[in-house]
Write a protein that binds this ligand. Structure first.
Ligand code: PMP
Length: 354
């Protein structure tokens, strides 16, 4: 037959997530660490890869890496779960806690993957938009949660793409106000040096999401993890693909995690470059940047789509949100190396000056 029946009904209006993967000379669009893993650590990782038996299935739960992460967080392995990037764990969240007849409270603008996952799993999205300055509308969230019908919530801290931390006192109020599962997405927490980790023991409904893709320079190897109560992790175990974290990623992850202190200088550099970029952006007429606790900066500029294109024509890729809901006229630049940041700032200054 040269025809095919329709896919699942929830896909009809679903637009595939598009990270706008475009090759460019300067890639400051995906919030990666601009520096690759240093040579010595890379060599160590590659020699660990050499010893991997490629003919064997991996440990389904990546227990060696799981134990390393558990131990350094003062937790038991049953409170940690590895995933194929944070993305897989976000999908698993929607599978485990969403579904038809269930509700996800979202605070847009935020990482759009959350809403896609909800749609895919038939979960109703309850949007409580942020205020004009992109701070969380705390009263509105708490009032909506008080209705008692929300099943899970994601608080992104720092928020992507807007950059700011969620206030800790708000998250604690939220955790006390609901039995909904509250995921705090800490993909960028190393750049804010702030975590809800100390509160895990007191709140069964708190789960943290972390990733190796940002501070640890490992976006090319898909590794993310959850920290949470054993009873929550058990629900994630029910929905996950058994071998989603492959053997190669597991051994690379172990080497990186054991060497994690060595990433500190690059984190310090990213934070100081972020501060410098914020100061510089403030001096460019017509550019309004939002304060950032992360490794990227959102800014508004007139004719943002054109500005994006002109930067791209000069070999500089940043992220265009100019036509995205709640983010009209905005672009997001990831903090790159000092040289990349200099070039971006100089080109942006020229472009807006006409
Ligand atoms: N959460 C947020 C807020 C993100 O921005 C990202 C990556 N863009 C992720 C989670 C997932 O990252 P990864 O799958 O690379 O771990």
């Amino acid at each position: 037959m040269n025809t095919v029946r329709k896919s699942a009904p929830q896909l009809e209006t679903l637009v595939p997530y598009d990270p706008k993967y475009l090759p460019a000379r300067i890639m400051n669009s995906a919030n990666e660490n601009p520096c690759d893993v240093e040579e010595q650590i890379k060599r160590e990782a590659m020699s660990a890869v050499r010893n991997v038996k490629l003919n064997r299935y991996p440990d389904p739960l990546a227990n060696e890496l799981r134990d390393l992460i558990a131990e350094s967080n003062g937790l038991d392995r049953s409170q940690v779960l590895l995933g194929n990037g944070g993305d897989e764990l976000l999908f698993n969240l929607a599978l485990a806690y969403g579904g038809p007849g269930r509700k996800f409270l979202n605070m847009p603008p935020t990482f759009s993957v959350y809403e896609n996952n909800a749609q895919l799993t038939g979960t109703e999205v309850v949007n409580v938009p942020r205020r004009a300055d992109y701070s969380i509308d705390e009263e509105a969230v708490l009032a909506r949660v008080a209705e008692g019908d929300i099943d899970f919530i994601i608080v992104t801290s720092p928020n992507n793409p807007t950059g700011q931390l969620a206030p800790e006192d708000f998250v604690l109020k939220l955790l006390n106000a609901t039995d909904a599962l509250v995921m705090v997405d800490e993909a960028y927490f190393e750049f804010s040096r702030t975590t809800l980790r100390p509160y895990l023991m007191q709140h069964k409904n708190l789960v943290l999401l972390r990733t190796f893709s940002k501070a640890f320079s490992l976006a090319g190897v898909r590794l993310g993890y959850l920290l949470g109560d054993e009873c929550v992790i058990r629900e994630f175990l029910k929905v996950r693909q058994p071998y989603s974290v492959d053997a190669v990623s597991q051994v690379i992850g172990k080497v990186i995690y054991q060497n994690r202190a060595k990433f500190e200088p690059s984190i310090i550099q990213i934070i100081s470059e972020r501060e410098r970029m914020e100061q510089e952006l403030a001096t460019i007429p017509g550019v309004t940047a939002y304060p950032s606790d992360s490794n990227y900066i959102l800014f508004k500029v007139a004719d943002a789509g054109d500005v994006w294109q002109k930067l791209f024509d000069r070999g500089i890729l940043i992220r265009d949100f100019s036509r995205s809901k709640y983010l009209e006229g905005s672009l997001r630049v990831s903090v790159g190396t000092p040289e990349e940041n200099d070039e971006f700032l100089a080109e942006l200054r020229k472009i807006v000056a006409g």
